[in-house]
Design a protein. Structure first.
Lengths: 272, 272
């Protein structure tokens, strides 16, 4: 992440945000990571590890691969390291670094992994091209991003969509793109990757799946929207009453007859 | 969109089986029907068979089950029978009947199958309750519906969304619900079914999947929207220029950097 963006990282760096990301990884781990495994001895760069929400999963699933996880925030690195240590993992090395000024030689890694990072960058293709240079020929890149425009639910609610749009707009103002998931394919192609293959990872939630109702709809997605209330109102994007109505309607989708849908996208490609 | 779907050769993706399906040519038929099979000797009511688009698939996949396919339209029944005969199938019996006045005794069938029908009914729960009565205890119902509100794409386009909204509105004026897919779970629960399980069937299209670009984005979805141009304009739902711009933008998503997403929902439940 660029320095400018780290200052305006739309989700913030608060403890509650850490908790949200952990909940997110916890409930979505299979959906997002079930098909990611690196062979023993391979070297993997995790670019933008944040507080390590994905790092623990990655390192656990590929115990004999060696991970180098970087993030622009020293505080995040500290927390990520704590988590990895707490999980008893010894195959992760952390470094504080800017994705646009990485301290690695060209063709240093067998694989690159990027999750929930491009959405915050004003130059995602530039970042992908930089990461491509760090890959050995034949190496792979894996990119996972959400797409807030993939959100729909029952009962439908214009107010809830308006609240979600505030998040999209705040992220746009910060130089990011909350609708980036659907764009992974063209972005990865533009960055020069070969054999780009994107697959959707849809989270479907109804009341027969109570752990998703609580873990995803309530504590991940709606909590994220609730978290931008003050910023959205301060920027004049929405009236407080409208925002609160939207959040109420998001909570409404967690009732017995409610349904909530969100889709992540996962792209895998190789460097020729 | 029911008539076109089965004729369309496309790839399909299940949320948890992305990798397998990515490497395997398939059809939209596979995406929707791969997990539907009835045991030999069981009796299945297909309610609302239309021109037999799904009937042929059903009967082929369960050659030893006996199907009774009904539709309110005699012309549709004639065409459905022609298709089933052309496919050499002998396990389907057709009857012209209204789903709200079916000429069958209670508990006549082992299973009921309903595809792209509820979206056109003003009383979908009433229809489901009627179908439930025809089921033997322990029998299953399978329901498949689309959801036009699940449509999003790259490049994004307000004009394209406005054109799609015309379809939603026309269907609503006709007493139907083009956003019914996401509601399958609560509708089936409300109708009294037990063990309701709904799964999304997302169609993800980028230019690495040219059969889907042509077969789904262009010839299925965009063609469906193009087909309501005159009605939408006649009803005053949209200006001709806006509609045409929307259709152009839908076609734009079929270019090399375009992406198109749509989700069907499949619900399966049992009668206690």
């Amino acid at each position: 992440m660029s320095k400018r963006l780290s200052e305006t990282y739309v989700h913030g760096y608060h403890p509650r945000e850490n908790e949200r990301l952990q909940d997110q990884a916890g409930t979505l781990v299979d959906l997002l990571h079930c098909d990611t495994a690196y062979t023993g001895g391979s070297t993997v760069l995790e670019a933008g590890c944040g507080v390590g929400a994905q790092t623990v999963t990655l390192a656990q699933r590929s115990p004999d691969a060696r991970f180098t996880s970087i993030d622009i925030s020293a505080d995040s690195i500290t927390e990520a390291k704590r988590r990895v240590d707490a999980a008893g993992l010894t195959n992760v090395e952390f470094r504080q670094a800017d994705i646009f000024a990485l301290p690695f030689d060209a063709e240093s890694f067998d694989h690159v992994f990027v999750c929930f990072v491009l959405e915050h960058l004003s130059r995602p293709v530039g970042a992908l091209a930089i990461l491509s240079r760090l890959l050995k020929p034949g190496g792979t890149i894996t990119v996972i991003e959400g797409d807030h425009g993939s959100t729909y639910f029952h009962p439908d609610s214009p107010a809830a969509h308006a609240a979600i749009k505030c998040q999209v707009e705040l992220q746009r103002e910060a130089g990011g793109n909350a609708l980036i998931g659907r764009q992974l394919y063209p972005l990865m192609v533009e960055a020069g990757f070969d054999a780009v293959r994107v697959s959707p990872r849809m989270v479907y939630v109804d009341s027969s799946r109570p752990e998703l109702v609580d873990g995803f709809t309530r504590k991940t997605f709606t909590a994220m929207i609730e978290g931008i209330r003050d910023s959205a109102i301060a920027r004049g994007l929405i009236e407080p009453e409208s925002f609160d109505a939207g959040v109420r309607d998001l909570h409404r989708t967690t009732e017995a007859d409610g349904v909530f849908c969100y889709t992540f996208f996962k792209g895998v490609a190789t460097k020729e």
